[in-house]
Design a protein around this ligand. Structure first.
Ligand code: ACO
Length: 165
């Protein structure tokens, strides 16, 4: 099987390996920038976070960045699946994987933030057990140099969601 080849989703999911990135591996820049278009913003949390990846045929096709501001809390700062592999259940699996890591670390609260315009992400996170708890008004409008649009709506506000373990 080669990357991107059409296949039944369940078959694909069986072949994906999730693990922490190793020090000598290249960072999945393109994936991380898909989730957060500001390298400036990414670099602020990257140094203090764990990066985990999803591999298919030795190729990195998904990534998730986990930040632990304190011993009880884990924030998913960045989650992305390669465009060729989206809508096949990998995003959902990444959230299950992050939840397993959180349980192992005895984390009590998981957090994830996305924009008001990110409709499919809000759907995915709520289906995975996250609940909307806060809106950071104008977060994207103030912190990003260019306006960002998704689904024809400007990404102005950050919707914060939490999952209590
Ligand atoms: N439109 C409609 N529904 C969608 C879409 C979409 N674009 N994407 C996912 N879904 C639905 C799926 O149908 C599925 O629904 P179901 O559980 O009812 O069957 C559910 O969402 C889960 O979908 P997955 O296939 O598991 O998600 P996917 O592998 O596509 O990953 C992700 C989702 C990570 C958001 C991916 O689309 C992506 O990388 N997008 C670009 C980067 C991005 O926006 N990242 C998140 C930014 S916020 C942050 O990083 C904290």
């Amino acid at each position: 099987m080669t990357a991107g080849e059409n296949m039944i989703d369940h078959d694909l999911l069986k072949y994906i390996i999730f693990r922490k990135i190793q020090l000598d591996e290249p960072l999945p820049y393109r994936l991380m920038l898909d989730a957060d278009p500001s390298w400036n913003a990414i670099s602020k949390y990257l140094a203090f976070s764990e990066i985990h990846i999803g591999l298919f045929n030795h190729e990195i096709i998904a990534s998730i960045v986990l930040y632990m501001p304190d011993k009880d809390t884990l924030e998913i700062k960045n989650i992305a699946v390669d465009e060729r592999f989206q809508e096949k259940g990998i995003g959902r699996m990444l959230l299950v994987y992050a939840t397993r890591i959180s349980i192992k670390k005895e984390i009590r609260t998981m957090m994830i933030g996305t924009s008001n315009a990110s409709i499919s992400q809000l759907y995915l996170y709520q289906k995975a057990g996250f609940e909307m708890t806060e809106i950071k008004l104008n977060f994207f409008a103030y912190n990003y140099p260019e306006p960002i649009y998704e689904n024809g709506i400007q990404c102005r506000h950050m919707i914060l969601l939490k999952k209590y373990l």
